[in-house]
Design a protein around this ligand. Structure first.
Ligand code: PL4
Length: 415
C-alpha cells in the first residue's frame, strides 16, 4: 500500500517537473471569484500604461482614494499619541476590540445624535471594507443576499468567498443565489422593491429611500447600510438609515473615516449594530457581532483612533468639511464637463463620483480609450456589476489642478 507521503510514479514525475505541491484542497469559493478584484486590476492597467507612456502625465480619477493632506490638528493628535507610546505613562497595549469608548461615544454624538444610537452599539474598526468581511462572516454561508447592481464589488465578492453564492453565470455576469437589484437612470438608481424577491440580507449604499426599511421589515430581512459617503450628501436624503423609523429593528450601518476624513491609508471605520436587531430565534445580532469582533479582530490601531477623536473635535470636523467642499467642487467640474459635451451624467451631488453613460459601448473599452488618448484613469462601470455596463465612474478625489487638466483633456477627446 502506498504510504500517505508516497505517491504513484506519475506524481513523482509531476513533482520533479513542476515542483512540490501540498495535499490541501483549494477553497472552491475562491475558485468561483471572477478575475481579480476590481481595484487592483485598475492599478495593473495603470502600470501597463506607465510602461507604454513613461512621460505621460497620468491623472488618477479612478480609485476613490483621497488626495488632500490631513489637517494638522489631526496629524498632531496622532503624533502626540505616538510620542506617548515611548513613555511609561503614555504607553498603551491592546485596546478594547470594540474600540476606545471615548471614540465610540464621539461617533454616536457626531453622527447619530438624537437617533438613539449608543456608544455601546458602535464597533470601531479598521475600515468599512473590513467590516463588510466581518459581517459576511457573521451572517455565514446559508443566507441569501440582495445587492444593488451596480454597487461596490466587495459586497458580492465577500459573499462569494464566504460561500453564499451559487455558480457564476457567464451569460448574465451574475452569481446564482444572489439577487441583483438593478439600479439605472430609469429607476433613479434605486431598485423597484415591489419586484424584488425576499432575501435574508440586503446591502444598500444609497441615501434616498425610506421604503427600504419597510421592505426589510415586511420580509424579515436585515439591511446592511453602507454610509461611507454620507458626508457628501447635499440634499435632504437621510445620512443614516437610523433616521428612518423602525430601522433599528432591521438595519446594521457601516461607515468609514476614509472619505470624510481622508483616512484611506490610516484605516478607521465603524459598524452600528442596534440592540433591538434580532435573528429569527430572537437572539440579538449585536452579541454575535461582538463575538466575531473579539475573536477575529484585535481592535483598530490606537494611533488611528487618536486621529479619529481629533477628526470629531469641533476644530477637526470644521477643517474636514473644508476638504470635503474642495472634493465637491471637483465633482461639479467633472459633472459640468461631461454635461457640456452632451453626455447623460449622474451623481456628483450626494457622492464624490460622477457616473457617465456611453450607450451601446462596453465600459472597459471606454475606460481604455480615455486612458490611451487622455491619460486619465477612470473606473469602468462593469466593474461594479452587469448593471454598470455602458457607464464610466470618475472620482472627484483628485487634486484641483489635475481635475481641471483632466477636464481639458476630456473636452478635447469628446468634442
Ligand atoms: C461604498 C464603499 N464602502 C466602503 C468602501 C471602503 O471603505 P474603507 O476605506 O475600507 O473604510 C468603499 C471604498 N471604495 C473606493 C476605494 C476602493 C479601493 C480600496 N482598495 C477597496 O478595494 O475598497 C472606491 O470605490 O474607489 C466604498 O466605495
Amino acid at each position: 500500500l502506498l504510504q500517505p507521503h508516497q505517491t504513484s510514479s506519475n506524481k513523482w514525475d509531476t513533482e520533479r517537473r513542476l515542483g512540490h505541491c501540498t495535499n490541501v484542497p483549494r477553497n472552491m469559493n475562491m475558485e468561483s471569484l471572477q478575475n481579480g478584484y476590481l481595484f487592483p486590476e485598475i492599478c495593473m492597467r495603470e502600470l501597463e500604461h506607465n510602461r507604454k507612456y513613461p512621460h505621460a502625465k497620468l491623472i488618477r480619477l479612478g480609485i476613490g482614494d483621497t488626495t488632500h493632506p490631513l489637517p494638522p490638528i489631526i496629524t498632531s493628535a496622532m503624533a502626540q499619541h505616538v510620542y506617548g507610546l515611548s513613555t511609561v505613562q503614555g504607553y498603551r497595549g491592546y485596546g478594547a476590540e470594540q474600540g476606545n469608548m471615548e471614540l465610540r461615544k464621539a461617533i454616536a454624538e457626531t453622527f447619530y445624535n438624537d437617533l438613539g444610537v449608543k456608544g455601546s452599539e458602535i464597533f470601531v474598526s479598521d475600515g468599512a471594507q473590513c467590516d463588510i468581511s466581518r459581517l459576511q462572516m457573521l451572517m455565514g454561508c446559508d443566507v441569501m443576499m440582495a445587492v444593488q447592481d451596480p454597487s461596490f464589488p466587495a459586497y458580492i465578492d465577500t459573499g462569494v468567498i464566504i460561500g453564499q453564492a451559487g455558480k457564476f453565470m457567464e451569460e448574465t455576469g451574475k452569481y446564482q443565489n444572489i439577487v441583483y437589484m438593478n439600479c439605472s437612470p430609469e429607476n433613479n438608481f434605486f431598485p423597484d422593491l415591489s419586484n424584488t424577491p425576499r432575501t435574508d440580507i440586503i446591502f444598500f449604499c444609497s441615501p434616498n429611500n425610506p421604503t427600504g426599511v419597510e421592505f426589510a421589515r415586511a420580509n424579515g430581512s436585515i439591511i446592511i447600510y453602507d454610509s461611507a459617503y454620507a458626508a457628501y450628501i447635499t440634499d435632504d436624503s437621510p445620512k443614516s438609515i437610523f433616521e428612518i423609523p423602525d430601522a433599528r429593528q432591521v438595519a446594521i450601518e457601516i461607515s468609514s473615516f476614509s472619505k470624510f476624513a481622508g483616512f484611506t491609508g490610516v484605516r478607521l471605520g465603524w459598524t452600528v449594530v442596534p440592540e433591538e436587531l434580532l435573528y429569527s430565534n430572537r437572539y440579538p445580532v449585536i452579541k454575535d457581532f461582538n463575538r466575531v469582533v473579539c475573536t477575529c479582530f484585535n481592535g483598530a490601531s490606537s494611533i488611528a483612533q487618536a486621529g479619529g477623536l481629533a477628526c470629531l473635535s469641533p476644530e477637526g470636523y470644521l477643517a474636514l468639511n473644508g476638504v470635503i467642499d474642495t472634493y465637491r467642487e471637483n465633482a461639479k467640474i467633472i459633472f459640468d464637463t461631461f454635461a457640456s459635451l452632451g453626455f447623460k451624467v449622474y451623481g456628483g451631488k450626494n457622492a464624490p463620483y460622477i457616473w457617465v453613460q456611453f450607450p451601446g459601448l462596453r465600459s472597459w473599452d471606454v475606460f481604455a480609450e480615455i486612458l490611451e488618448k487622455a491619460h486619465v484613469i477612470t473606473v469602468p462601470g462593469r466593474g461594479f456589476g452587469p448593471g454598470g455596463e455602458e457607464f464610466i465612474r470618475i472620482s472627484a478625489f483628485g487634486d484641483k489642478k489635475g481635475v481641471l487638466e483632466a477636464s481639458r483633456r476630456l473636452r478635447n477627446l469628446f468634442k
